[in-house]
Every structure is written in structure tokens, then in C-alpha cells.
Design a protein around this ligand. Structure first.
Ligand code: SF4
Length: 1021
């Protein structure tokens, strides 16, 4: 082979820019305006080199391009003229699938596995750049022959209408052979890596009739310079190395630069060290002079976990950065919207899935206005929507509702539109139609002009998405129409492979892969993850070819990436002030790490024992958060503890409050942090006299809640926080809806009697006419429940309906017996109070002479033959909880107040002076689950005084401000009844321990007794 007529300028990594400047000046010669093209390794290095040259000898007439871009500039117009388009990964993969479908060969058993297709695609791309000779050599072995067969078949199918990188390089080489390109007379190859065979031919052709200068950096370490020597051999450079001295000096230069090595617990702490190093460098404490952010780089050997961690910490600490970091492309708004939308009805259009999407994306209505997501979420929950089939019946039932109608209507329209847009999940469309669908949905969901509202990062993501969709659009030529799910898979894979930079190159700290560090012009570098397994990386094996196959074909060896990393590692150390961080382990995989073998000199290592240790050592914290943390830790180290009264803490509101809270919770008595709000009360509930305008009448359940748990009362009634109930996708009607149907049927029968449509029951009880009316009402209520979608699956509903009918008829029979026995007359049904007719309202007396205004609803009020007023409260649940109810204990030790409240309301309805009011009874009337029992109380003066005493206790506790949580002992439960103290629903162990510690506060004894009074609960064991 004839030596390539190029000039080599070898230099130490620290002298790269000076050498490049010299190369450019030599290329220009005496003509300062002569055009020079500099081929750079990456765009980032091109920008940095341009800026550096601009500050020195000038860049007039200097173009910076990568080798790929140069090939594209030369060959692109010709390929476009031939109406060929660039090949995308999905196009290649679909073509490979077609080839395998037609002739799977030895891939038959794995032909449809995505990993097979990806491996064949990667090998095809490598083979294309390796040239036909490589393919011929590979085809000698059976395994290689199969891979080459697929690759050549793919090339044949695509080459007429598409082009790849190999086509570009070959096209550029051909053009150079036949044409003299103006402006390309002088060329500098800046820090090139070894070329693939086609690119080597391209460079050789470039060198054929123009002057080429190669700038190459040597570290002075032969092992680290392995790739540089390989390049020299590849170029077969005949010209002498003109400046050999810097090469010899490089190792010495590197060893004379103090290297800092920091050992940390894990990657998270490494990144914290890196950010602190950035701040130290910017302040000038690292190098003795301030270093601008754009001359600092944070470099990693592997994208995971560093890319995300570095981007996160820099952003959190407000430091500008640029590079491939931060959120993945599919996490950005526009790509995420499409992926979620394409998948939203995977298991049918479920309520939860839709609202996860709506909560995630700033969706717009057809007019571009934001949709009322929160209101729609509430109305759908109110309607009980859970599954796909619930939307129309359940929301439809609410469209006339005065409060929810408008929201239900708007959401229904949206659902119908969404369903139309999605179409049937198994419907197929051509790829280009799916792309058009995506365009349409982006505009529809994000609103016109959405792009103008995007942040810089979101805009870049949107641009990348548009590019990807353009690539997918052309798949119609090679693939059949596809389902939505198949289209989504391809789009998702493309998004996962896309590489999107954030920030502007040259603005802020540069972050990125160590492998791409060649050409960075920096003064300070932090190299993260300098441990075995990452530096050098574990070798990757080829799933398709053996090492011998690859070597014979001249394909890249598994060691090439390690050689490249080694060179960049050594080059960074010798050209910039470098801090190397070593994670001692990976807490995610619980593995220990060894430092990289590439740190030869026994440089002193700073050990950071823990995250806390690192913060304590900080001279200048990079953020306000770390400064506060450091100050607190130092104070604690000095005085052994941190006290809220410490002067340094006193000035820090957040820490002071946190310490005050922690200390309060340690005490053995209740404090304002666990339920003692007596110092900020009172919380008035009762009034001096029965008064219909008394503030906020309370329901019996409100009072009962304080009795069962004061903290739950506090959260619900004073803070106004309600747990969100998720509608279930029940197989059958749930207990609540079943109870509502039964209540409504019974109420409808009573109202027929009250409005005269039916007569009062006779002395023999209910009649057949009443029975017929009852069943008519039952059918109507059941049909309504069915229409509103609350009845579960049809199969279970049929038998459940039959059971409810039987239950209702049995209640009707037994109720008739009561009516007959007592000569009952119905005088009210579902009577809500207070109401306008009730004059003085409904109030329960307290022992201190005050009254508590009450509200509620009486299910039924009768007058019996003996003159008694009888209140009935229907219960469709079990009766066990009320078994012990009696005149002697009318509130079950101050825990239930429904019957006294309804009894008071009945007295108010009956009117008349107090002394002449009729005798009164109140009863629970059970259905089947309560074995049709009637449990009740006859109210007299003694009963009322017991009620007053029990109620006074509770009202006093509430008004005083006692709201401690009283969780049950931990133990196995099927479900969580209250989530206020355990929103994670992981049990009450901690909450119960805290309550137990405070349990014996003597101020609580009046309401909660002592710990010895507690029932023994189940244990976690
Ligand atoms: S979780 Fe238990 S202790 Fe906490 S508020 Fe609810 S009932 Fe009270």
C-alpha cells in the first residue's frame, strides 16, 4: 500500500489546541483567508475548538465538521437527487423481519425475538461500513454466512429507495475521485479515532489530491495510546512525525499534575462530590484561579446511573450544564402523551388509566382551553366509573344533575371523542396514517401553539419526536398496516434509542460520556465511576458471531471501547486538573467495587465515609440546602445534640420546627404535635339555648367519629380532608348501593302512603296492594341501578336482584306484623332536619344547660296505637354492633348517637309543649344481614339524662381541643378503614407505638381511660 501523503502533528493532550492552531496556520500558508476544513471527532469538540481558536490566531475561513457530516455534504445531494431517503432503525428492523419471514435459515427458532432483530440490525450496519471484503471473509464460517445472507438481502431490498451511512461514505469517495471540490483543498483531521474500512478509503481519497494534516494526541503511555498507534498503522503515514517532543513529555506532564482521588459510598455521593468540585473550581479553590463553568466537564464511563444523577444534582443546585443527561426522551411531554394515548385502553378505557394520563399532560379542549381535569376526575368518581363499560351509563345518569350535570356532559363528550379517535384496538392502519394520527392528537391534546409554550428541553424532545415520526412514516413501503399496539412498540423503541442533548453546547458545565471526551477544551474534569467493571468496562460478547469470526472479517474487537476509554481517561488526566471519584459499592445491586487499574501512581485518596461525613467536611457548600445541613451537623458534633434553642438553629425556621416537633413527639404526654390543641382552642360546638340558626349543626356520625378517633375527627371536620374513594369494578352490586336501593324502595312505599296514593296499613298490617306497590318500586329502583351501571356483571346481578327481592319481602312481612301488633300509622318518611317547618330546630341537651344543634334524616316515623311515637332507622348491615343498646346504655358508652338524635327530631316534629310530648321509642330495623332484628330504646327522662352526660363528655373534649390519634393495635386486616395516619396502608405499628407512649397522659383519662383499659388487640406476630 502506498503511504498516505499526510502530515502528522503529534502532541500532548494539554497542547491539542495549540497544535490545532499550528495545523490550521500551516494549512493556510501565507494566505490568511484560505479556506481550511477541520474534521472534528464530535460537534461539542468542534464548538470548543472554534471558540478556542477564535480567542487565538483566528478562525477566518475555518470550517469544523465531523467526518460523517463531511460525507453527507459531499454525497447527500446526489442521493437526494436519486430520490433516495435515509434509512431509519425501524425500517431496517422491519426489513430484517421480512427477510427472516421469507427465509429464516438458522435463525428459525429465534427469528421473531426482538433481540435477534436488533442484533442483526447492528451487525448489518457494522458490515455495511466494513465493506464487501469483510462480508466475504465473514461468510467463510456457517454462522457468519447466515448473518451475511440476511445483511445482503436487506441491502438488496432497500438500496433502490434508501441510503445508509455506508452509501454516504462511498458516494462521497466516488465524488472525490471524479470531481475537484472547491473549498476542500486544505484539510485538518483533528484527533481522529481509527476508521472503519469505508471511512479509511474516504480519508485516503481525501488525501489523494489535497494537503492533509493530522493532529493526534499521545499520552506517553503505550497502553493508553493503543488506538493512536492503530490509527497510524491504518493510515500508513509516510511523512515523518514533525513534533515528537511533546509525546515524550506527556507522561511527565501528567505525573506532575496533582491528581485528586475521592472514594465515596456510592454513585449518589460521587455526584455530590462532583458538584462540590465544580463549585470549588469556579471559586478558584481547586486550581488557584476561578475556572468558568464552560471549562469544566463531568465525565462518566456509563450512562447509567450517572447521566440522570449528574443532571439532577446540577439542576437542583442551580448550575447551568449541557450534555446528554436528565430525563429520557419518552419522559418528555409530547412523546409521553403519544405513548400513553396509544396505550390508554390496553385493558379497556379504565378510569384510573385515563386520569393518570390527564393528570400527567396539560391537555387542552377543542377550543384550546385547559380541560377541567380535577372536576372531571371528581364527577367520574361520583358517578362510580371504574371500567370501560361504566362511562356511558354512569356518567349519563348524572348529566341532568344540578351540581354535576355540566361536568358529566363535558366528560362524556370527551370520552366519545377519544373513543372515536382511538378506534378499535385491533384495527390496522398504514404506518403513515398512524403518523398522521399522532400529529393530529398532539395538536388536539396539547392545543394549537403548544410548541411555543414548551421549555427548551421539551422543545428539543418535540423536535426529536418529529424526526422519529418522519422516519416511521416511510415504513409503508416495506411493512403491512399495523395495529395501534404494534405501532406504539416501534415508536417506543425509537424513543428509547434516541440521544437528545440538553442545554447549549459551550454554556455551563459540559457533562457526558468519557468515551466522547476527545477534543473537549477544559481546565477541570471530574471522572466518575473510576472502578473496575466500568473503567475498563466488562467485555461484551457478540450474540451472533464468535471472536474468531469478527477478527477474520476485520470487525471491531470487544477491546476497542476499553482502549478508547483508556486513552480518554489518560488524556483527561494529563490535560486538565482532574478529580477522580470511586464508588466503593453499588447500593442498588449491593456489590462492592475495586478502583480502576488505570490509576497507576499511588495518589492520595480522600475517603468520604458517608453522605453525612461528606457534608460535615464541606468548606463551601454548593447549595443552601447543604449549607444548612452542614451547620446543623457541625453544631450537633460540637454539643452532642441539636436543640431548638441553639442560636444557630434558632435562626433556621425549618430546622427549629423540625427539632421542636421531634422533641415533642418524644415526650410522654400529648403535645400540639400529636393532638393537644387546647392552647389554640376552643372549638365551640354547643350553644346556650336550642337555636335553629346555631352555627353548623352536627350529624350524629360526626360526634361518633370523635368518640372512635379524635384525630380522624380533626382531619375530616376541622381540616376538611376527605379520603378519596376509588370506584371499584365490582363483580356484583356493592353493599352501599344495595342498601341505597332497599332504602329508596321502602321510602317510596311510605311516601305513597303519606301522599294518599295508597291507604295507611290496616289493623291487619300491610295489604296486597301495598305489596304490589313495593314490588313495583323495587323493579323501578333496580332498573335505575342497572342503567347507572352499579349492579356489577349481569350474571351475578340476576341472582343478587332475586335475593334482594326476597330480603325486601321478608322485611315487609315482619314490618306488617309490627304494624298489626301496635296499630302503627306512618307519619313521616326520609324526613330531613333541620328544615323550615321545625321551628326551633333539633338539639340535644348537655348537662351544662347548653344544647347541641343536630342534623340528619329520619327513615320513618310512626305513631302507635298506644300513643307512642316510634322512630325507625333501617339498617341493611349486621346488628352485632348494636346488640348491647339499652335504656341503661343508650349511647353504647358514648359511641353511638343516631337514635337519640332521631328521637329528638321526632319530638320536634310532634310539636307541643315539652311536658305534653308523647312517649317515644327509637329503633334500628334490620334487614337479612341483621336477621330482621329490631333493637330500640324507649326514651324517658333518665335515658335523656344519660344521653346528655355522654354527649357532654364528647362535646367538652372537642371544644377543648383534644384530637389525639387512637389507632388500633397492629395486626392483620383485609382492608384499611381509615387512611389518615397510614396513607400508605402499611399498618398502624408506628402510630400505635406513638399513641401507647402518650396513652397515660392524665389529662386524657376522662375520655380514654388508661392503657390498662384498652382491649387486647391482635399482634403483628
Ligand atoms: S388512622 Fe386510625 S388513628 Fe389515624 S386518624 Fe384514622 S382512625 Fe385515627
Amino acid at each position: 500500500m502506498t503511504p498516505m501523503p499526510v502530515e502528522l502533528l503529534a502532541c500532548a493532550p494539554a497542547d491539542v489546541i495549540a497544535t490545532l492552531s499550528r495545523a490550521v496556520q500551516r494549512a493556510k500558508g501565507p494566505d490568511r483567508l484560505a479556506p481550511v476544513t477541520v474534521v472534528v471527532p464530535t460537534n461539542v469538540s468542534g464548538v470548543m475548538a472554534r471558540r478556542s481558536l477564535g480567542r487565538g490566531a483566528g478562525i477566518l475561513g475555518v470550517d469544523m465538521v465531523t467526518l460523517n457530516r463531511l460525507a453527507e455534504l459531499l454525497a447527500g445531494p446526489g442521493l437526494a437527487h436519486a430520490q433516495r431517503q435515509p434509512i431509519s432503525n425501524p425500517l431496517l428492523e422491519l426489513t430484517i423481519r421480512r427477510v427472516l419471514d421469507e427465509a429464516p435459515g438458522s435463525f428459525a427458532t429465534v427469528a421473531h425475538h426482538p433481540a435477534t432483530v436488533v442484533a442483526l440490525r447492528e451487525l448489518h450496519q457494522e458490515l455495511r461500513l466494513a465493506g464487501e471484503g469483510a462480508a466475504d471473509r465473514l461468510a467463510i464460517s456457517p454462522r457468519g454466512r447466515e448473518a451475511v445472507r440476511v445483511s445482503r438481502a436487506v441491502t438488496r431490498m432497500l438500496q433502490r429507495r434508501w441510503y445508509d451511512e455506508a452509501d454516504l461514505v462511498q458516494g462521497a469517495t466516488r465524488r472525490l475521485r471524479t470531481e475537484r471540490i472547491a473549498g476542500l483543498e486544505r484539510l485538518v483531521l483533528h484527533l481522529p479515532a481509527p476508521f472503519d474500512p469505508l471511512s479509511a478509503s474516504f480519508v485516503r481519497q481525501l488525501a489523494a489530491d489535497r494537503s492533509i494534516t493530522v493532529v493526534l494526541a499521545f499520552t506517553g503511555d503505550d497502553a493508553a495510546d493503543h488506538e493512536q498507534f492503530r490509527l497510524l498503522a491504518q493510515l500508513d503515514i509516510g511523512a515523518p512525525i514533525t513534533t515528537p517532543e511533546p509525546v515524550a513529555d506527556a507522561a511527565q506532564a501528567a505525573s506532575s499534575r496533582p491528581l485528586r482521588i475521592v472514594s465515596t459510598t456510592d454513585a449518589d455521593d460521587e455526584v455530590r462530590v462532583a458538584v462540590r468540585t465544580v463549585i470549588d473550581a469556579a471559586r478558584g479553590t481547586l486550581t488557584g484561579r476561578p475556572v468558568p463553568f464552560e471549562r469544566i466537564a463531568l465525565l462518566w464511563p456509563s450512562q447509567r446511573p450517572y447521566a440522570r444523577l449528574v443532571a439532577h444534582h446540577l439542576t437542583t443546585d442551580g448550575i447551568a450544564w449541557n450534555g446528554p443527561g436528565g430525563a429520557a426522551l419518552h419522559e418528555r411531554i409530547a412523546p409521553r402523551l403519544l405513548l400513553d394515548l396509544l396505550d390508554v385502553d390496553r385493558r379497556g378505557l379504565e378510569r384510573r388509566g385515563l386520569f393518570e394520563l390527564l393528570a400527567d399532560i396539560p391537555v387542552r379542549g377543542p377550543g384550546g382551553e385547559p380541560v377541567p381535569t380535577a372536576e372531571w376526575e371528581r364527577v367520574s368518581r361520583r358517578a362510580g366509573v371504574s371500567r370501560d363499560e361504566d362511562w356511558l351509563p354512569r356518567l349519563g345518569a348524572l348529566t341532568e344533575h344540578p351540581r354535576w350535570g355540566a361536568a358529566a356532559h363535558g366528560l362524556l363528550e370527551f370520552i366519545v371523542e377519544l373513543r372515536t379517535a382511538l378506534g378499535h384496538p385491533h384495527a390496522t392502519r398504514p404506518w403513515s396514517e398512524w403518523v398522521a394520527w399522532c400529529d393530529e392528537q398532539l395538536t388536539r391534546w396539547l392545543g394549537p401553539g403548544a410548541i411555543s409554550r414548551f421549555s427548551d428541553s421539551e422543545y428539543r424532545a418535540w423536535e426529536a419526536l418529529v424526526r422519529i415520526l418522519e422516519g416511521i412514516r416511510s415504513l409503508d413501503a416495506v411493512a403491512e398496516p399495523v395495529t395501534r399496539s404494534r405501532f406504539r412498540t416501534v415508536l417506543e423503541n425509537e424513543l428509547a434509542d434516541a440521544n437528545v442533548r440538553e442545554g447549549r453546547i459551550g454554556t455551563g458545565v459540559t457533562i457526558g460520556s468519557l468515551a466522547s471526551a476527545g477534543g473537549l477544551v477544559i481546565d477541570v474534569a471530574v471522572v466518575l465511576g473510576a472502578v473496575e467493571g466500568l473503567l475498563p468496562p466488562a467485555p461484551r460478547s457478540d450474540p451472533l458471531l464468535s471472536a474468531a469470526d469478527r477478527q477474520r472479517a476485520g470487525l471491531s474487537s470487544p477491546d476497542e471501547r476499553a482502549h478508547r476509554l483508556h486513552h480518554e481517561f489518560a488524556a483527561v488526566i494529563s490535560s486538565a486538573q482532574t478529580v477522580i471519584t470511586l464508588p466503593r459499592g453499588d447500593l442498588r445491586t449491593t456489590t462492592a467495587h475495586q478502583p480502576t487499574r488505570w490509576i497507576e501512581s499511588p495518589a492520595p485518596t480522600t475517603d468520604i465515609d458517608s453522605s453525612m461525613h461528606g457534608v460535615t467536611q464541606l468548606e463551601f457548600p454548593p447549595s443552601e440546602r447543604e449549607r444548612r445541613l452542614r451547620d446543623r451537623l457541625r453544631t450537633r458534633a460540637r454539643s452532642g445534640t441539636l436543640s431548638p434553642t441553639d442560636p444557630i438553629v434558632d435562626a433556621d425556621v425549618a430546622t427549629r420546627r423540625a427539632l421542636t416537633l421531634a422533641a415533642a413527639r418524644q415526650r410522654d404526654h400529648l403535645t400540639e404535635f400529636d393532638g393537644d390543641l387546647t392552647s389554640v382552642g376552643p372549638y365551640p360546638l354547643a350553644a346556650a339555648a336550642p337555636d335553629p340558626s346555631a352555627p353548623r349543626p352536627v350529624s350524629p356520625t360526626q360526634i361518633q367519629l370523635w368518640a372512635s378517633c379524635p384525630h380522624a375527627y380533626f382531619v375530616r371536620y376541622l381540616l376538611g380532608v376527605l379520603p378519596v374513594d376509588e370506584p371499584d369494578s365490582n363483580l356484583s352490586i356493592n353493599a352501599l348501593d344495595r342498601g341505597l336501593v332497599q332504602h329508596d324502595v321502602v321510602d317510596a312505599l311510605h311516601r305513597d302512603v303519606l301522599d294518599g296514593s295508597l291507604p295507611q296499613p290496616t289493623e291487619t298490617g300491610w295489604t296486597d296492594t301495598h305489596r304490589a306497590a313495593l314490588l313495583e318500586h323495587f323493579d323501578r329502583q333496580c332498573d335505575q341501578a342497572l342503567r347507572s351501571g352499579r349492579t356489577g356483571r349481569p350474571a351475578t346481578w340476576a341472582s343478587e336482584r332475586q335475593r334482594m327481592r326476597g330480603d325486601l319481602l321478608e322485611w315487609f312481612r315482619r314490618d306488617g306484623e309490627i304494624i298489626r301488633a301496635h296499630g302503627a300509622t306512618i307519619i313521616a318518611s326520609e324526613h330531613r332536619f333541620p328544615d323550615d317547618e321545625l321551628g326551633s330546630g333539633v338539639a340535644l341537651a348537655l348537662t351544662d344547660g347548653r344544647h347541641l344543634a343536630m342534623k340528619g334524616s329520619i327513615d320513618r316515623l310512626d305513631r302507635w296505637r298506644d300513643g307512642r311515637l316510634v322512630v325507625t332507622d333501617h339498617k341493611t348491615g349486621k346488628s352485632d354492633a348494636f346488640r348491647k343498646l339499652s335504656e341503661a346504655d343508650p349511647t353504647l358508652a358514648g359511641t353511638v348517637f343516631q337514635l337519640p338524635t332521631y328521637a329528638a327530631a321526632a319530638l320536634a316534629i310532634s310539636g307541643g309543649p315539652l311536658g305534653h310530648r308523647p312517649p317515644l321509642r327509637a329503633e334500628y330495623s334490620m334487614f337479612e344481614r341483621g336477621r330482621y332484628q329490631r333493637i330500640g330504646i324507649d326514651f324517658d327522662a333518665d335515658v335523656w339524662s344519660r344521653v346528655a352526660a355522654d354527649l357532654t363528655d364528647i362535646v367538652t373534649g372537642i371544644e377543648a381541643g383534644w384530637f389525639p390519634p387512637t389507632p388500633p393495635a397492629p395486626g392483620f386486616r383485609f382492608s384499611t378503614e381509615c387512611v389518615f395516619c397510614e396513607p400508605d396502608e402499611l399498618g398502624t405499628t408506628d402510630a400505635h407505638a406513638r399513641w401507647t407512649a402518650k396513652r397515660n397522659d392524665p389529662r386524657l383519662a376522662r375520655w380514654f381511660g388508661t392503657a390498662s383499659d384498652d382491649p387486647v388487640g391482635p399482634s403483628d406476630d
